[in-house]
Design a protein around this ligand. Structure first.
Ligand SMILES: [Ca+2]
Length: 465
Protein backbone atom coordinates (compact mmCIF):
# COMPACT_ATOMS: atom_id res chain seq x y z
CA UNK A 1 0.00 0.00 0.00
CA UNK A 2 1.43 3.35 -0.96
CA UNK A 3 2.26 5.74 1.84
CA UNK A 4 0.85 9.20 2.04
CA UNK A 5 3.26 11.52 0.29
CA UNK A 6 3.44 14.60 2.43
CA UNK A 7 1.83 14.11 5.78
CA UNK A 8 2.83 12.10 8.78
CA UNK A 9 -0.09 13.35 10.80
CA UNK A 10 -2.22 10.47 12.11
CA UNK A 11 -5.87 10.03 11.21
CA UNK A 12 -8.41 10.34 14.03
CA UNK A 13 -11.32 7.91 14.31
CA UNK A 14 -13.67 8.52 17.24
CA UNK A 15 -16.41 5.93 17.81
CA UNK A 16 -19.14 7.11 20.16
CA UNK A 17 -21.89 4.78 21.43
CA UNK A 18 -25.00 6.49 22.78
CA UNK A 19 -25.69 5.80 26.48
CA UNK A 20 -23.09 3.04 26.77
CA UNK A 21 -22.14 2.26 30.38
CA UNK A 22 -18.52 1.89 31.44
CA UNK A 23 -19.04 -1.87 31.86
CA UNK A 24 -21.12 -2.48 28.75
CA UNK A 25 -18.58 -4.23 26.54
CA UNK A 26 -16.54 -7.40 26.93
CA UNK A 27 -13.22 -5.92 28.06
CA UNK A 28 -15.11 -3.45 30.27
CA UNK A 29 -16.35 -6.33 32.42
CA UNK A 30 -19.81 -7.15 31.03
CA UNK A 31 -20.71 -10.63 32.27
CA UNK A 32 -21.92 -12.09 28.96
CA UNK A 33 -21.62 -9.60 26.09
CA UNK A 34 -19.11 -10.54 23.37
CA UNK A 35 -17.37 -7.59 21.72
CA UNK A 36 -14.13 -8.98 20.24
CA UNK A 37 -13.46 -6.01 17.95
CA UNK A 38 -14.02 -3.35 20.62
CA UNK A 39 -11.90 -5.44 22.99
CA UNK A 40 -9.13 -5.36 20.37
CA UNK A 41 -8.93 -1.56 20.83
CA UNK A 42 -8.44 -2.14 24.57
CA UNK A 43 -5.95 -4.98 24.19
CA UNK A 44 -3.85 -3.11 21.62
CA UNK A 45 -4.20 0.29 23.27
CA UNK A 46 -5.07 1.92 26.57
CA UNK A 47 -8.14 1.48 28.74
CA UNK A 48 -9.01 4.30 31.17
CA UNK A 49 -10.36 2.84 34.40
CA UNK A 50 -11.51 6.19 35.72
CA UNK A 51 -12.80 8.29 32.84
CA UNK A 52 -15.85 10.43 33.61
CA UNK A 53 -18.68 12.49 32.13
CA UNK A 54 -19.07 15.84 33.87
CA UNK A 55 -22.68 16.35 32.70
CA UNK A 56 -24.03 12.89 32.05
CA UNK A 57 -26.65 13.50 29.38
CA UNK A 58 -26.48 13.52 25.58
CA UNK A 59 -26.37 17.08 24.35
CA UNK A 60 -24.26 18.73 27.08
CA UNK A 61 -21.68 15.98 27.05
CA UNK A 62 -21.42 15.78 23.27
CA UNK A 63 -20.75 19.52 23.32
CA UNK A 64 -18.14 18.97 26.07
CA UNK A 65 -16.33 16.31 24.07
CA UNK A 66 -16.33 18.49 20.94
CA UNK A 67 -15.20 21.68 22.70
CA UNK A 68 -13.15 20.47 25.67
CA UNK A 69 -15.34 22.70 27.83
CA UNK A 70 -17.68 22.27 30.79
CA UNK A 71 -21.39 22.77 30.13
CA UNK A 72 -21.14 25.87 32.36
CA UNK A 73 -18.95 27.38 29.67
CA UNK A 74 -20.28 26.07 26.32
CA UNK A 75 -23.88 26.65 27.41
CA UNK A 76 -25.55 23.46 26.12
CA UNK A 77 -26.75 22.67 29.63
CA UNK A 78 -29.57 20.21 28.79
CA UNK A 79 -31.32 18.40 25.92
CA UNK A 80 -33.58 21.36 25.09
CA UNK A 81 -33.25 22.11 21.36
CA UNK A 82 -30.43 24.66 21.37
CA UNK A 83 -29.95 24.27 17.63
CA UNK A 84 -28.42 27.67 16.99
CA UNK A 85 -25.91 27.32 19.81
CA UNK A 86 -24.88 23.95 18.46
CA UNK A 87 -24.17 25.55 15.05
CA UNK A 88 -21.70 27.90 16.76
CA UNK A 89 -19.70 25.68 19.10
CA UNK A 90 -15.92 26.11 19.24
CA UNK A 91 -15.75 22.52 17.93
CA UNK A 92 -12.27 20.98 17.65
CA UNK A 93 -13.01 19.95 14.06
CA UNK A 94 -12.82 23.64 13.04
CA UNK A 95 -9.24 23.66 14.33
CA UNK A 96 -8.47 20.33 12.66
CA UNK A 97 -9.52 21.82 9.31
CA UNK A 98 -7.05 24.66 9.89
CA UNK A 99 -4.40 22.03 10.66
CA UNK A 100 -4.96 20.46 7.24
CA UNK A 101 -7.40 17.70 8.16
CA UNK A 102 -10.32 16.44 6.12
CA UNK A 103 -13.18 16.04 8.62
CA UNK A 104 -16.41 14.05 8.72
CA UNK A 105 -19.36 13.60 11.04
CA UNK A 106 -21.34 10.39 10.51
CA UNK A 107 -24.22 9.50 12.82
CA UNK A 108 -26.01 11.01 15.77
CA UNK A 109 -25.44 14.69 16.48
CA UNK A 110 -28.27 15.37 18.93
CA UNK A 111 -27.69 18.90 19.95
CA UNK A 112 -31.07 20.18 18.99
CA UNK A 113 -33.52 18.49 16.66
CA UNK A 114 -31.91 19.93 13.55
CA UNK A 115 -29.92 17.37 11.55
CA UNK A 116 -28.42 19.83 9.07
CA UNK A 117 -24.63 20.16 8.63
CA UNK A 118 -22.67 22.04 11.29
CA UNK A 119 -19.54 24.09 10.63
CA UNK A 120 -16.26 22.18 10.90
CA UNK A 121 -17.07 19.20 8.67
CA UNK A 122 -16.19 18.49 5.04
CA UNK A 123 -18.61 15.55 5.04
CA UNK A 124 -21.83 15.28 7.03
CA UNK A 125 -24.38 12.53 7.68
CA UNK A 126 -26.79 12.92 10.60
CA UNK A 127 -30.49 12.93 11.45
CA UNK A 128 -32.95 15.12 13.26
CA UNK A 129 -32.98 14.59 17.03
CA UNK A 130 -32.78 10.94 18.07
CA UNK A 131 -33.47 9.57 14.54
CA UNK A 132 -34.93 6.05 14.22
CA UNK A 133 -33.47 2.59 14.67
CA UNK A 134 -35.09 1.31 11.46
CA UNK A 135 -35.50 3.07 8.09
CA UNK A 136 -33.79 6.32 9.10
CA UNK A 137 -34.15 9.60 7.25
CA UNK A 138 -30.63 10.96 6.98
CA UNK A 139 -29.30 14.39 6.23
CA UNK A 140 -26.42 13.85 3.82
CA UNK A 141 -24.44 17.04 3.27
CA UNK A 142 -27.59 19.15 3.51
CA UNK A 143 -30.07 16.90 1.67
CA UNK A 144 -32.53 14.55 3.37
CA UNK A 145 -32.47 10.96 2.06
CA UNK A 146 -34.83 8.17 3.17
CA UNK A 147 -33.03 4.86 3.85
CA UNK A 148 -34.31 1.32 4.43
CA UNK A 149 -32.75 -0.96 7.00
CA UNK A 150 -31.17 -0.98 10.45
CA UNK A 151 -29.49 2.26 11.38
CA UNK A 152 -26.31 0.71 12.88
CA UNK A 153 -25.68 -1.33 9.71
CA UNK A 154 -26.29 1.70 7.47
CA UNK A 155 -23.93 3.83 9.55
CA UNK A 156 -21.22 1.13 9.62
CA UNK A 157 -21.25 0.96 5.81
CA UNK A 158 -21.17 4.75 5.46
CA UNK A 159 -18.18 5.06 7.82
CA UNK A 160 -16.27 2.30 6.02
CA UNK A 161 -17.03 3.82 2.60
CA UNK A 162 -15.85 7.25 3.74
CA UNK A 163 -12.59 5.83 5.11
CA UNK A 164 -11.96 3.85 1.91
CA UNK A 165 -12.70 6.99 -0.11
CA UNK A 166 -9.81 8.77 1.66
CA UNK A 167 -7.33 6.69 -0.36
CA UNK A 168 -7.59 9.36 -3.06
CA UNK A 169 -6.46 12.18 -0.80
CA UNK A 170 -3.11 13.01 0.73
CA UNK A 171 -4.72 14.79 3.67
CA UNK A 172 -4.94 13.27 7.15
CA UNK A 173 -8.55 12.80 8.22
CA UNK A 174 -10.79 12.87 11.27
CA UNK A 175 -14.05 10.95 11.53
CA UNK A 176 -16.53 11.43 14.38
CA UNK A 177 -18.63 8.27 14.12
CA UNK A 178 -21.60 8.37 16.50
CA UNK A 179 -23.99 5.44 16.83
CA UNK A 180 -27.64 5.60 17.76
CA UNK A 181 -27.17 2.34 19.66
CA UNK A 182 -27.68 1.58 22.49
CA UNK A 183 -30.33 4.26 22.87
CA UNK A 184 -33.95 3.09 22.47
CA UNK A 185 -36.22 4.67 19.89
CA UNK A 186 -37.44 7.89 21.45
CA UNK A 187 -38.75 11.33 20.61
CA UNK A 188 -37.65 14.50 22.32
CA UNK A 189 -39.71 17.66 21.79
CA UNK A 190 -38.02 21.03 21.42
CA UNK A 191 -38.64 21.79 25.10
CA UNK A 192 -36.74 18.66 26.11
CA UNK A 193 -39.80 16.60 27.13
CA UNK A 194 -39.50 12.99 26.15
CA UNK A 195 -41.39 9.97 24.82
CA UNK A 196 -39.76 6.55 24.92
CA UNK A 197 -40.35 3.59 22.60
CA UNK A 198 -38.14 0.54 22.84
CA UNK A 199 -34.76 -1.07 22.26
CA UNK A 200 -34.49 -2.77 18.88
CA UNK A 201 -31.48 -4.91 18.01
CA UNK A 202 -30.75 -5.89 14.40
CA UNK A 203 -33.17 -8.68 13.38
CA UNK A 204 -30.29 -11.20 13.16
CA UNK A 205 -29.36 -10.41 16.78
CA UNK A 206 -32.84 -10.39 18.32
CA UNK A 207 -32.39 -13.69 20.13
CA UNK A 208 -28.81 -13.15 21.18
CA UNK A 209 -28.06 -13.70 24.89
CA UNK A 210 -31.51 -15.16 25.69
CA UNK A 211 -31.55 -16.35 29.28
CA UNK A 212 -28.27 -14.60 30.19
CA UNK A 213 -28.22 -12.95 33.62
CA UNK A 214 -26.53 -9.74 34.75
CA UNK A 215 -25.68 -10.39 38.41
CA UNK A 216 -27.37 -8.32 41.11
CA UNK A 217 -25.12 -5.73 42.70
CA UNK A 218 -25.26 -4.53 46.33
CA UNK A 219 -26.46 -1.05 45.33
CA UNK A 220 -29.51 -2.31 43.40
CA UNK A 221 -31.74 -1.32 46.29
CA UNK A 222 -35.42 -0.72 46.96
CA UNK A 223 -36.56 2.81 48.00
CA UNK A 224 -37.04 1.67 51.62
CA UNK A 225 -33.31 0.93 51.70
CA UNK A 226 -31.74 3.74 49.65
CA UNK A 227 -33.97 6.54 51.00
CA UNK A 228 -32.35 6.09 54.43
CA UNK A 229 -29.11 7.41 52.96
CA UNK A 230 -30.45 9.45 50.04
CA UNK A 231 -33.46 11.35 51.47
CA UNK A 232 -33.35 13.83 48.58
CA UNK A 233 -35.03 11.16 46.43
CA UNK A 234 -38.22 10.89 48.54
CA UNK A 235 -40.27 13.23 46.36
CA UNK A 236 -39.02 11.77 43.05
CA UNK A 237 -39.88 8.24 44.24
CA UNK A 238 -43.48 9.37 44.91
CA UNK A 239 -43.84 11.33 41.66
CA UNK A 240 -42.50 8.37 39.68
CA UNK A 241 -45.55 6.30 40.62
CA UNK A 242 -47.67 7.97 37.90
CA UNK A 243 -49.11 6.03 34.96
CA UNK A 244 -47.04 8.14 32.51
CA UNK A 245 -43.81 7.18 34.29
CA UNK A 246 -44.83 3.51 34.31
CA UNK A 247 -45.53 3.55 30.55
CA UNK A 248 -42.08 5.02 29.90
CA UNK A 249 -40.29 2.48 32.12
CA UNK A 250 -42.27 -0.48 30.73
CA UNK A 251 -41.39 0.49 27.13
CA UNK A 252 -37.72 -0.19 27.85
CA UNK A 253 -38.12 -3.00 30.45
CA UNK A 254 -36.43 -0.66 32.92
CA UNK A 255 -34.62 -2.43 35.74
CA UNK A 256 -35.27 -5.88 34.20
CA UNK A 257 -32.82 -8.41 32.76
CA UNK A 258 -34.52 -7.95 29.37
CA UNK A 259 -33.35 -4.34 29.17
CA UNK A 260 -29.72 -5.31 29.79
CA UNK A 261 -30.01 -8.17 27.29
CA UNK A 262 -31.55 -6.02 24.52
CA UNK A 263 -28.81 -3.41 24.89
CA UNK A 264 -26.18 -6.17 24.68
CA UNK A 265 -27.87 -7.49 21.53
CA UNK A 266 -27.82 -3.98 20.01
CA UNK A 267 -24.08 -3.81 20.70
CA UNK A 268 -23.50 -6.84 18.44
CA UNK A 269 -24.02 -4.68 15.33
CA UNK A 270 -21.81 -1.93 16.78
CA UNK A 271 -19.03 -4.47 17.36
CA UNK A 272 -19.39 -5.87 13.84
CA UNK A 273 -18.93 -2.30 12.60
CA UNK A 274 -15.73 -1.88 14.62
CA UNK A 275 -14.48 -5.06 12.92
CA UNK A 276 -15.38 -3.57 9.51
CA UNK A 277 -13.50 -0.38 10.39
CA UNK A 278 -10.38 -2.36 11.40
CA UNK A 279 -10.57 -4.19 8.07
CA UNK A 280 -10.98 -0.96 6.07
CA UNK A 281 -8.01 0.60 7.86
CA UNK A 282 -5.89 -2.49 7.19
CA UNK A 283 -6.89 -2.47 3.52
CA UNK A 284 -5.99 1.20 3.13
CA UNK A 285 -2.69 0.70 4.99
CA UNK A 286 -3.70 3.30 7.59
CA UNK A 287 -4.41 1.15 10.65
CA UNK A 288 -1.33 2.00 12.69
CA UNK A 289 -1.39 5.60 11.48
CA UNK A 290 -4.88 6.08 12.92
CA UNK A 291 -5.75 7.02 16.48
CA UNK A 292 -8.90 5.04 17.34
CA UNK A 293 -11.01 6.20 20.27
CA UNK A 294 -14.00 4.36 21.68
CA UNK A 295 -16.34 6.00 24.22
CA UNK A 296 -19.90 6.70 25.38
CA UNK A 297 -21.78 9.96 25.98
CA UNK A 298 -23.34 9.26 29.39
CA UNK A 299 -23.81 6.48 31.91
CA UNK A 300 -26.93 4.46 32.70
CA UNK A 301 -28.50 2.62 35.63
CA UNK A 302 -29.59 -1.00 35.75
CA UNK A 303 -31.43 -0.48 39.03
CA UNK A 304 -28.52 0.84 41.09
CA UNK A 305 -29.87 3.26 43.74
CA UNK A 306 -33.36 2.58 42.39
CA UNK A 307 -32.48 4.38 39.13
CA UNK A 308 -32.93 3.40 35.48
CA UNK A 309 -32.92 5.79 32.52
CA UNK A 310 -32.23 8.73 34.87
CA UNK A 311 -28.64 8.64 33.62
CA UNK A 312 -27.81 12.22 34.65
CA UNK A 313 -27.14 11.52 38.33
CA UNK A 314 -23.61 11.48 39.71
CA UNK A 315 -23.31 7.98 41.16
CA UNK A 316 -20.58 5.94 39.50
CA UNK A 317 -22.82 4.12 36.99
CA UNK A 318 -24.04 7.53 35.77
CA UNK A 319 -20.72 9.33 35.40
CA UNK A 320 -18.14 6.66 34.61
CA UNK A 321 -17.33 6.52 30.90
CA UNK A 322 -15.98 3.72 28.76
CA UNK A 323 -12.83 5.16 27.15
CA UNK A 324 -10.31 3.30 25.00
CA UNK A 325 -7.58 4.66 22.73
CA UNK A 326 -5.49 2.67 20.27
CA UNK A 327 -2.43 4.33 18.72
CA UNK A 328 0.49 1.90 18.47
CA UNK A 329 3.02 4.64 17.71
CA UNK A 330 2.60 6.15 21.17
CA UNK A 331 0.57 3.76 23.32
CA UNK A 332 1.80 0.47 24.72
CA UNK A 333 -0.63 -2.39 24.06
CA UNK A 334 -2.72 -3.37 27.07
CA UNK A 335 -2.01 -0.15 29.03
CA UNK A 336 -4.30 0.90 31.89
CA UNK A 337 -4.61 4.45 33.23
CA UNK A 338 -6.17 5.00 36.67
CA UNK A 339 -5.83 8.79 36.83
CA UNK A 340 -9.00 10.91 36.93
CA UNK A 341 -9.83 11.70 33.32
CA UNK A 342 -12.79 13.68 31.96
CA UNK A 343 -14.13 13.59 28.42
CA UNK A 344 -13.15 17.26 27.96
CA UNK A 345 -9.61 15.87 27.76
CA UNK A 346 -10.31 14.34 24.34
CA UNK A 347 -10.34 17.58 22.28
CA UNK A 348 -6.95 18.84 23.54
CA UNK A 349 -5.46 15.35 23.14
CA UNK A 350 -6.53 15.14 19.51
CA UNK A 351 -5.41 18.70 18.74
CA UNK A 352 -1.98 17.91 20.17
CA UNK A 353 -1.78 14.67 18.17
CA UNK A 354 -2.71 16.68 15.07
CA UNK A 355 0.19 19.07 15.64
CA UNK A 356 -1.89 21.91 17.05
CA UNK A 357 -1.93 23.73 20.34
CA UNK A 358 -5.15 23.60 22.36
CA UNK A 359 -6.49 27.14 22.84
CA UNK A 360 -7.04 28.77 26.24
CA UNK A 361 -10.79 28.34 25.87
CA UNK A 362 -10.30 24.56 26.29
CA UNK A 363 -10.76 23.33 29.87
CA UNK A 364 -9.69 19.70 29.43
CA UNK A 365 -6.05 18.61 29.32
CA UNK A 366 -4.16 16.48 26.83
CA UNK A 367 -4.07 12.84 27.93
CA UNK A 368 -0.67 12.19 26.35
CA UNK A 369 1.29 12.76 29.62
CA UNK A 370 -0.78 10.30 31.70
CA UNK A 371 -0.77 7.77 28.86
CA UNK A 372 3.03 7.96 29.02
CA UNK A 373 2.99 7.56 32.82
CA UNK A 374 3.81 11.21 33.62
CA UNK A 375 1.36 11.80 36.43
CA UNK A 376 2.95 14.78 38.20
CA UNK A 377 0.62 17.77 38.32
CA UNK A 378 -2.41 15.83 37.04
CA UNK A 379 -5.87 16.77 38.38
CA UNK A 380 -6.87 15.47 41.82
CA UNK A 381 -10.57 16.25 41.54
CA UNK A 382 -13.23 17.16 39.03
CA UNK A 383 -16.67 18.76 38.92
CA UNK A 384 -19.96 17.15 37.89
CA UNK A 385 -22.77 19.57 37.05
CA UNK A 386 -26.44 19.16 36.23
CA UNK A 387 -29.33 21.51 35.60
CA UNK A 388 -32.80 20.02 36.17
CA UNK A 389 -34.70 19.67 32.88
CA UNK A 390 -37.99 18.45 31.42
CA UNK A 391 -37.18 14.92 30.25
CA UNK A 392 -38.53 13.13 33.32
CA UNK A 393 -41.23 15.09 35.17
CA UNK A 394 -40.48 13.36 38.50
CA UNK A 395 -36.94 14.77 38.51
CA UNK A 396 -37.73 18.43 38.03
CA UNK A 397 -35.80 20.41 40.63
CA UNK A 398 -32.99 17.87 41.10
CA UNK A 399 -30.12 20.17 40.05
CA UNK A 400 -26.79 19.39 41.67
CA UNK A 401 -23.10 20.11 41.71
CA UNK A 402 -20.79 17.28 42.73
CA UNK A 403 -17.10 16.74 43.17
CA UNK A 404 -15.20 13.48 42.94
CA UNK A 405 -11.65 12.94 44.12
CA UNK A 406 -9.57 9.80 44.18
CA UNK A 407 -11.37 8.65 47.34
CA UNK A 408 -14.47 10.76 47.97
CA UNK A 409 -17.59 12.02 46.26
CA UNK A 410 -19.64 14.92 47.57
CA UNK A 411 -23.03 15.78 46.03
CA UNK A 412 -24.61 19.15 46.74
CA UNK A 413 -28.31 19.33 45.82
CA UNK A 414 -28.58 22.93 44.78
CA UNK A 415 -32.28 23.61 45.40
CA UNK A 416 -33.54 20.76 47.54
CA UNK A 417 -32.53 22.09 50.92
CA UNK A 418 -31.23 25.47 51.93
CA UNK A 419 -28.38 24.34 54.16
CA UNK A 420 -27.16 21.24 52.40
CA UNK A 421 -28.95 18.92 54.85
CA UNK A 422 -29.83 16.54 51.99
CA UNK A 423 -26.29 16.49 50.58
CA UNK A 424 -24.41 13.22 50.18
CA UNK A 425 -20.81 12.23 50.87
CA UNK A 426 -19.38 8.82 49.98
CA UNK A 427 -16.06 7.29 51.00
CA UNK A 428 -15.44 5.30 47.82
CA UNK A 429 -12.53 3.40 49.31
CA UNK A 430 -14.68 1.90 52.07
CA UNK A 431 -17.97 2.03 50.18
CA UNK A 432 -17.40 1.64 46.42
CA UNK A 433 -21.13 1.05 45.81
CA UNK A 434 -22.08 4.43 47.36
CA UNK A 435 -24.58 2.95 49.79
CA UNK A 436 -23.61 4.74 53.02
CA UNK A 437 -23.96 8.52 53.06
CA UNK A 438 -21.43 9.82 55.59
CA UNK A 439 -22.18 13.55 55.09
CA UNK A 440 -23.45 13.96 58.66
CA UNK A 441 -20.91 11.78 60.44
CA UNK A 442 -18.62 13.75 62.76
CA UNK A 443 -15.59 11.74 61.61
CA UNK A 444 -16.08 13.13 58.09
CA UNK A 445 -16.72 16.76 59.02
CA UNK A 446 -13.25 17.89 57.92
CA UNK A 447 -13.52 16.01 54.62
CA UNK A 448 -16.93 17.53 53.92
CA UNK A 449 -15.64 21.05 54.57
CA UNK A 450 -12.65 20.48 52.33
CA UNK A 451 -14.80 19.01 49.55
CA UNK A 452 -17.24 21.96 49.81
CA UNK A 453 -14.39 24.47 49.41
CA UNK A 454 -12.96 22.58 46.44
CA UNK A 455 -16.41 22.23 44.86
CA UNK A 456 -16.94 26.01 45.02
CA UNK A 457 -13.61 26.57 43.33
CA UNK A 458 -14.27 24.00 40.57
CA UNK A 459 -17.77 25.38 39.90
CA UNK A 460 -16.35 28.89 39.52
CA UNK A 461 -13.49 27.67 37.30
CA UNK A 462 -15.94 25.77 35.07
CA UNK A 463 -17.53 29.06 34.05
CA UNK A 464 -14.21 29.90 32.45
CA UNK A 465 -14.14 33.54 33.44
CA1 LIG B 1 -26.87 9.62 25.38
Amino acid sequence: MKKRAHSNKPNLLLILVDDLRFDEFGAGGHPYMKTPHIDRIAHQGVMFDRAFHTTSICSPNRASILTGQYASRHGIIDNVARDLASHRLPNYHLELQRLGYETAHIGKWHMGNDGKPRPGYDFWVAYDGHGSLYDPRLNENGTYVQHQGYVTDIMNTMAVDWIKGRRKTSKPWSLWFAHKAVHPDAEQAADGSFRMDGYRPAKRHENLYRGCVFPKKPNMQKPTEFLKHKPVWAEAVELRKTEAAKIMHDAIHSGKQEEIRLRAAMMAAVDEGVGMLFQALEETGELDNTVILFLGDNGYYFGEHGLGPERRFPYEEGIRAPLLIRWPKSIKPGSRVRDLVILQDIAPTLLEVAGGKPGKHIQGRSLLPVIRGKRAGWRKSFLVEYWAENAYPWLVGMSFRAIRTDRYKYIHWVNRARNGELDELYDLERDPYEIINVAKRPAYRGIREKMTRELRKLAADALGL
